[in-house]
Ligand binder design. Structure first.
Ligand code: SF4
Length: 349
């Protein structure tokens, strides 16, 4: 039987596993704490654990760490990290410095099955799910890098990298548990945002399991337009999706983030803005307007600045918080919808 990777366990699962091996249950917490300390790569570094127990652990299990293979720095300060996984697949995470904060955009899958028409990751198709160790490994590795660079810590995690997080639900939940565990990486749920293209059956379950922030890639308020942009809309149309958002067990004073990529002559008219206002009625939501990152693969264009600002003003006049998000990292293909990695068995896209 394959040895388990201990970083794929929650603390409770790890405790159950050590007990099965005949160890005392306190060992579970002790080992779990070591796994998430900086620069721990070998059981021999777990110095308060006896040599016998360490060699038993090494015989029956292992744990993995990720190290970025490539680091690309954008003119705007964003940094894209590419990690090669054990099977040779490559995933990317993007670190975005903003004023006093550091936000890390995390991947949840290699490729993505959702096929959104504007997204480079979607062109890769689905390759595989990331394990909890691979999801948390991105955060742990980059956390250690930024600390060595003199930053205090990463402030926010957003699951907006490669993949649809809710399509890798069980591994996502384990990863979130370890990210939020004080003995793990100790992120507050307030600092974590999971973004989905709208897998309705999993939205409520997510909120019931972990009180993280929710972001919805909406991009159009009518089904006709959204169907053209996002194949998932055929299964989970706009009204049902927004009903699922209303049912999301949102912690007090938080809002659901509605992501809206602005595409010239497709979803950027005043009529589109007014329909969006109507659809967001009685939903605790704020809107992020993201002018499209033009690229050589798709024909979509970004609207002129005035058009974007007009859209924003219409939303604001209706009392909706609407933020205009400047594109970050587009010169290193790290911007939203631009993550599509090289060498996943294919030529670079
Ligand atoms: Fe997948 Fe998100 Fe890209 Fe859609 S936008 S194809 S859900 S990675």
């Amino acid at each position: 039987m394959d040895k388990p990777n201990l970083k794929n366990f929650t603390q409770q699962e790890l405790t159950d596993w050590v007990v099965q091996l005949g160890m005392k249950s306190f060992r579970g917490k002790q080992i779990f704490c070591w796994l998430y300390r900086p620069d721990i790569t070998d059981f021999s570094q777990m110095t308060d654990i006896s040599k016998e127990v360490r060699s038993q652990l090494a015989e029956k299990s292992f744990f993995s760490n990720l190290q970025p293979e490539i680091e690309e720095r954008s003119k705007d300060g964003s940094v894209k990290y590419a990690f090669r996984l054990e099977d040779g697949k490559v995933i990317e995470s993007v670190l975005i410095p903003e004023e006093e904060r550091l936000t890390l955009c995390v991947s949840s899958q290699v490729g993505c099955a959702m096929g959104c028409r504007f997204c480079l990751t979607g062109t890769m198709g689905f390759v595989r799910n990331l394990s909890p160790a691979e999801i948390v490994g991105q955060v742990q590795s980059i956390s250690e890098i930024v600390k060595k660079q003199g930053y205090n810590r990463i402030n926010n995690l957003v699951f907006m990298g490669m993949g649809e997080p809710l399509a890798n639900f069980d591994n996502l939940i384990t990863a979130l548990s370890n990210l939020m565990n004080q003995n793990g990486l100790d992120f507050s749920s307030r600092r974590i945002t999971v973004s989905t293209c709208g897998l309705i059956p999993k939205i409520k379950e997510l909120g019931e399991k972990v009180p993280v922030n929710l972001a919805i890639s909406l991009h159009a308020a009518d089904n006709e337009t959204r169907n053209k942009l996002m194949p998932v809309n055929a299964t989970y149309p706009v009204d049902e999706l927004l009903a699922a958002c209303r049912a999301y067990p949102l912690p007090n004073r938080r809002k659901i983030m509605i992501e809206y990529i602005m595409l010239k002559d497709i979803n950027d008219s005043p009529k589109d803005a007014k329909l969006l206002i109507k659809k967001l009625h009685k939903l605790a939501a704020k809107v992020n307007l993201l002018p499209y990152n033009e690229n050589k693969v798709f024909d979509f264009k970004s609207p002129p600045r005035e058009r974007v600002e007009q859209f924003q003003t219409i939303l604001r006049d209706a009392g909706i918080t609407a933020l205009l998000r400047e594109s970050r990292g587009s010169d290193i293909s790290a911007a939203c919808g631009q993550l599509a990695t090289l060498n996943n068995g294919e030529e670079e896209s």
